[in-house]
Design a protein around this ligand. Structure first.
Ligand code: ZN
Length: 234
């Protein structure tokens, strides 16, 4: 095998690695985004539970206000009852007071029911918050790992670039130029094996002349179909 081919294959191996690393680096923000999305469901459950708790609290407040209003009325009626000298008015006021007292009792029963609802809603909220905290912990771990991964990938990218520069330096200018042109135009594969007369790049059978040229191994041989540099792949 021509020494240039060996050099170009080493170079190509680094270029493949560089592309992979660049892709992996580009994927990191997407993976971070995906990790954060795990929180959305749990956050939604916390928000819903919180809303439910507030709704019940509002209902309790309303009932308390109703009780307060009735108690004020009862007090007023009792004052009137105390002052009256008329027996029938006294009795009528007594019935009215009784009616309001019954209403207060029924409101207080309702308040107790709401209190139980509030307890249940708070329990639900605490459970949802605990689940969110747990998920947040996992997500934080994931994000930390991804940060480390990004740093590591960047380091390997820099190292590989240095290696590549070192490997490119001794390659003859014409061969390097051909290689770089093919790398850009041929989807990242510039040097390919020829196996059973078939080009490893375009998968076409090469002509006899190309086979001969490769066998002689005197100059760089290119596939006459796709232009890629060939080497004997067995
Ligand atoms: Zn080809």
């Amino acid at each position: 095998m021509l020494p240039e081919i060996t050099q170009l294959l080493q170079l190509q191996e680094r270029d493949v690695r560089l592309r992979g690393l660049q892709k992996d680096i580009k994927d990191v923000p997407l993976l971070q985004q995906r990790a954060k999305l795990q929180l959305a469901g749990d956050q939604g459950a916390v928000d819903a539970a919180l809303q439910k708790t507030r709704d019940v609290e509002v209902r309790i407040k309303a009932v308390e206000l109703d009780v307060q209003t009735r108690n004020t009325t009862i007090k007023r009626l009792q004052d009137q009852q105390f002052e009256t000298r008329k027996n029938d008015e006294f009795q009528a006021l007594g019935h009215e007071i009784q009616r309001y007292q019954d209403e207060v009792r029924s409101l207080e029963d309702k308040e107790l029911e709401h209190m139980e609802e509030l307890d249940a809603a708070k329990k639900e909220l605490h459970a949802a918050q605990a689940k969110l905290a747990e998920t947040q912990k996992h997500v934080n771990d994931d994000l930390k790992q991804l940060d480390e991964r990004a740093v590591n990938l960047q380091k390997r990218l820099e190292e590989t670039k240095v290696e590549r520069t070192g490997l490119a330096a001794p390659v003859p200018a014409a061969a390097l130029e051909l290689y770089e042109r093919l790398l850009k135009t041929k989807g990242g594969t510039a040097v390919v094996p020829l196996e059973n007369g078939i080009c490893g790049g375009c998968h076409m059978k090469v002509v006899q002349n190309t086979l001969q040229k490769l066998k002689q191994d005197e100059t760089i041989t290119q596939c006459e179909m796709c232009g890629r540099v060939l080497y004997s792949g067995g």
